[in-house]
Design a binder for this molecule. Structure first.
Ligand code: ADP
Ligand code: MG
Length: 697
C-alpha cells in the first residue's frame, strides 16, 4: 500500500480546486477561506459544478449538508444530483445555492426551547474553512459539505458555529498581544487540536446479545472477569491479528478522507485501543474527529466487530477518554506555547503562560462542564481518569520558573538536562522539560496543553470552544492593561508576576488521584463538580455568560438553551439505561435464576428423599434465593420510581432526580445480579460475561 496514493483522495482540497477551478474562482474561494466573507453567487455556481463533476467521477450520487446538531453526532440528509430530465436525458446538477445554503427541518433537532415551533426553520450554511469530502458507506458515495446550522433568527443550533466564533475571538485578542511584542508578520492566530481517541472493540455476535450494549452503549450488569488489567500486559502490547486487520482498514478509510491517522496502540484495559491523528486547526480537528468516530464504527462492522465509544463500557476496568491536545499558533508558524530554551527570559511565552493559567483558573468550572457527558460521569474521578477537579500540571522546569517569578528571584537561565541511560551504545538524550503526569486533567506537554477530561464519545467542539474563549478573555484582559502602559516591558513583567501570583493555586504537579489532593483542592477553593447534572448550571453563570457575550460566542439565550438540552440529554440517557435494566432483569436474569433455583430445589428434595446429605445444595439454594429476593425487590423499587421521576415537569429537576434517585436504584439492582452471575451455573446464565467480551475479541 502506498499511503501517498490514497491520502486525501476523497477530499475536495485546495489542490483539487486549483486544478479544477478557473483562476478567478479559485482565488475568490481561497480568499474567503482565509479571510472570511462571502462567495459571490456566480462563483458559487462555478465551484458547485466543479465539485459535482469531481464527486460524480468518484461515484457519488448524492450530496448532503453535513452538520453537527446538539445531539453530539453529525446529521445529514441526502439529495441526489438528479434533476428533471431534459429531452429524455438525465441531468446531474449541484447549484451554487444548493452548495451554500440548505434548509433542513429543524424541529426534530434539540434546541432547548430556543426555536419555538413557529420558528421551526433551521438553515445550514457552507463552512468554507472545512474541506468538502466524499464519504463512502452502505449508501454509496455521498458528497458531504460541512456546514453550520443556525435558526431563522440566527442563533446557533450546532456545535460548529460557536467554535468558529471562539476561534475568531482568540485570534483577535492574541493579535493584540503579538503586536505589542513587535510582531509585524503574523496575520492571524489559530487554535490547533490533536485528539487522541480511545475505544473498545467487542465481537459483534456477542454485542448483539448484550441488550445493554445495544441500547445504552455500556454494560449495565456484569461480574468482573477473573483477570482485569492488573498485569499491565495489554497497554502497548502486541496487537491481535483481528484487531490489527481492523486498524489497517480503518487507517485506509481515514487517510482517504484526508484524516492523518498516525498513532495506534493497545490501551490499558483488555480490548481497549487508541488512535491519534496529527493535529489540525481546531475546526477541522473537530470535523475529523466526528468522522473518525463514525468511520471507526463503520469499519468495525465489516470485521464482525462493534466499536464502543462509551466512556465506561465495562465497570472495573479503564474507561475511555479523548485527550484533547491544544495549542495556539500564528499563521506563519509561531507556536505561542513554545517555551524555547530559556523560558524564564521569554517574556512573550511567560505572558501567554500566565494567561493560560488565568483562563483555566477563572473558568475551571466551565472547562469541567465542557467535558461533561453522561458516560463520562462514570470515569472522571474514578482513580483511572483525571479527577473532576481541574488543575494544571506544568512540570518541574516551568514550576521553578513560576516559583521564581512569584517570589521575585531572578535566577540565571534554566538549563536543559541530559539524560544518561548508563548504556554506552545508546545516545545521550535531552530530557524533556516536562515529565508525564497521567493524573493531571490539564497538563503542559512541551509546547501544547493536554486537556484529558474529555469523554471518548463526546464531540470535542465544546471543550475547545471553552478553551479558546477563556484564553481570548485572558488575552483581552492583558491587552487592555498593557496597551496603556508607557514602559511595555516592565508593565508586562509586573502583569505576569501579579497574574501568576493570583492564579498559582490552579497549578498542581502531584498525584491527582489521591484523596489528599481532593482536600488540598478544597482548601485552595478549586471547584470539585462531581457529576454532569451539577456541572450544567455553570453554562448560565454570570461570569460565563458575560465572557461568551463579550466575545460574541454565545448569547445568554443560546447558553440557556444548551443547558436545557444537556438536562434533557442526561434524563433521556438514564431513562433508557433504567428501562434497559428493567427489561434485562425481568426477561432474562430473574427467569434464569428462578429456573435455576427450581432445579436446585428439585435436587435437594431428590437427595433428601434417598437419605443423602443435601446440605451443600441447600446452602447454595439459600444464597441464590436470598439474592434473587434482593434483585426482585430492587427491580420493583426501580419500576415504581421511574414513572414518578419521568412525570416531573422541569427538565432540571428531572435530570437531578435521575441522578439522585434512579442511579442508586440501578446500582441496587445490579449488585445482587452480578453476585448471582458468579453463583449460577454458567450454562443457564443468559448473558455473555465480561471475560467473554473483553478477552475474546
Ligand atoms: P502522547 O505521547 O501524549 O500520546 P503525542 O506526541 O503522541 O502525545 O501527541 C498526541 C497528539 O497531540 C497528536 O494528535 C499530536 O498530533 C498532537 N499534537 C502534537 N503537537 C501539537 C500541537 N502543537 N498542538 C496541538 N496538538 C498537538
Ligand atoms: Mg497518547
Amino acid at each position: 500500500m502506498n499511503i501517498s496514493e490514497i491520502f486525501g483522495t476523497n477530499v475536495f482540497s485546495t489542490s483539487v480546486m486549483k486544478e479544477r477551478l478557473p483562476k478567478k474562482a479559485y482565488a475568490e474561494v481561497l480568499d474567503v477561506m482565509e479571510n472570511g466573507g462571502q462567495i459571490s453567487m456566480a462563483t458559487a455556481d462555478v465551484v458547485a459544478n466543479a465539485m459535482k463533476e469531481w464527486a460524480v467521477e468518484k461515484g457519488a450520487t448524492h450530496y448532503t449538508h453535513w452538520f453537527q446538531p446538539l445531539t453530539g453526532s453529525t446529521a445529514e440528509k441526502h439529495d441526489s444530483f438528479v434533476t428533471y430530465p431534459k429531452e429524455g436525458k438525465t441531468v446531474l446538477q449541484l447549484s451554487g445555492k444548493q452548495l451554500i445554503m440548505g434548509e433542513p427541518d429543524a424541529s426534530s433537532f434539540p434546541s432547548g426551547g430556543l426555536r419555538a415551533t413557529s420558528y421551526a426553520r433551521g438553515y445550514t450554511a457552507w463552512d468554507t474553512t472545512s474541506p468538502v469530502f466524499v464519504k463512502e458507506s452502505g449508501c454509496g458515495a455521498i458528497l458531504c459539505i460541512p456546514t453550520v446550522f443556525i435558526s431563522y433568527t440566527g442563533e446557533a443550533l450546532d456545535k460548529k458555529t460557536p467554535l468558529l466564533r471562539s476561534m475568531e475571538a482568540l485570534s483577535t485578542q492574541a493579535m493584540r498581544l503579538l503586536k505589542m511584542f513587535g510582531n509585524t508578520t503574523s496575520k492571524k492566530v489559530i487554535a490547533y487540536v490533536g485528539p487522541e481517541q480511545e475505544y473498545f472493540l467487542v465481537d459483534r455476535e456477542k454485542y448483539l446479545k448484550r441488550k445493554d450494549l445495544v441500547y445504552a452503549g455500556r454494560t449495565l450488569f456484569g461480574a468482573p472477569a477473573p483477570k482485569g488489567q492488573e498485569l499491565d500486559d495489554h497497554y502497548f502490547g502486541q496487537i491481535r491479528e483481528r484487531v490489527g486487520a481492523y486498524m489497517k482498514d480503518l487507517n485506509i478509510e481515514l487517510w482517504k478522507l484526508g484524516i492523518p491517522a498516525t498513532t495506534q496502540h493497545n490501551e490499558v484495559a483488555p480490548a481497549q485501543h487508541e488512535l491519534a491523528p496529527i493535529y489540525a486547526t481546531a475546526n477541522i480537528a473537530v470535523d475529523q474527529n466526528q468522522l473518525t468516530m463514525e468511520t471507526m464504527k463503520r469499519v468495525a462492522t465489516q470485521h464482525g466487530l462493534v466499536c464502543l465509544l462509551n466512556e465506561k463500557p465495562y465497570a472495573g476496568v479503564n474507561g475511555s477518554g479523548k485527550h484533547n491536545n491544544w495549542s495556539v499558533g500564528t499563521d506563519d508558524g509561531i507556536n505561542l506555547f513554545e517555551p524555547g530554551d530559556d523560558p524564564l527570559h521569554n517574556l512573550q511565552f511567560l505572558l501567554v503562560l500566565s494567561c493560560v493559567l488565568a483562563a483555566v483558573d477563572d473558568h475551571a468550572d466551565l472547562l469541567r462542564e465542557s467535558a461533561a457527558d453522561v458516560g463520562n460521569d462514570h470515569r472522571l474521578g474514578a482513580q483511572e481518569a483525571p479527577p473532576a477537579i481541574v488543575s494544571v500540571f506544568l512540570g518541574d522546569q516551568l514550576d521553578e520558573v513560576l516559583h521564581d517569578i512569584v517570589n521575585g528571584i531572578d535566577v540565571s537561565t534554566v538549563s536543559t538536562e541530559d539524560l544518561d541511560t548508563g548504556v554506552s551504545t545508546v545516545p545521550v538524550l535531552t530530557k524533556d522539560s516536562t515529565d508525564r503526569n497521567r493524573t493531571s486533567p490539564f497538563a503542559f506537554t512541551g509546547n501544547k496543553f493536554e486537556f484529558r477530561m474529555v469523554g471518548s464519545s463526546d464531540s470535542i467542539a465544546s471543550p475547545n470552544t471553552a478553551l479558546n474563549a477563556a484564553l481570548a478573555e485572558a488575552f483581552c484582559n492583558a491587552a487592555d492593561v498593557l496597551e496603556k502602559a508607557e514602559d511595555f516591558e516592565s508593565a508586562c513583567r509586573e502583569y505576569i508576576r501579579a497574574s501568576l501570583t493570583k492564579h498559582q493555586r490552579i497549578v498542581f504537579n502531584g498525584d491527582g488521584y489521591s484523596e489528599a489532593w481532593v482536600e488540598e483542592a478544597a482548601r485552595r477553593g478549586l471547584p470539585n463538580i462531581k457529576s454532569m447534572v451539577d456541572a450544567i448550571p455553570v453554562l448560565v453563570k454570570d461570569d460565563v455568560v458575560a465572557m461568551y457575550e463579550k466575545f460574541h460566542i454565545f448569547t445568554r439565550a443560546e447558553l440557556a438553551s444548551r443547558a436545557e438540552v444537556q438536562y434533557e440529554t442526561y434524563a433521556k440517557h438514564i431513562n433508557i439505561e433504567a428501562n434497559c435494566m428493567i427489561h434485562m432483569a425481568s426477561k432474562a436474569y430473574i427467569p434464569a435464576v428462578v429456573s435455576y433455583s427450581g432445579s436446585l430445589a428439585g435436587d435437594v428434595a431428590a437427595l433428601e428423599a434417598v437419605g443423602v446429605d443435601a446440605s451443600t445444595q441447600r446452602k447454595l439454594l439459600d444464597r441464590v434465593n436470598a439474592l434473587l429476593k434482593e434483585a426482585s425487590d430492587a427491580l420493583e423499587d426501580l419500576e415504581t420510581k421511574l414513572p414518578q421521576v419521568n412525570t416531573m415537569d422541569s427538565m432540571g429537576a428531572m435530570a437531578h432526580a435521575f441522578h439522585d434517585v434512579i442511579l442508586p436504584c440501578m446500582a441496587a439492582l445490579r449488585e445482587p445480579i452480578d453476585k448471582l452471575e458468579l453463583l449460577v451455573d454458567q450454562d443457564v446464565w443468559p448473558m455473555y460475561s465480561y471475560g467473554d467480551m473483553l478477552f475474546e475479541v
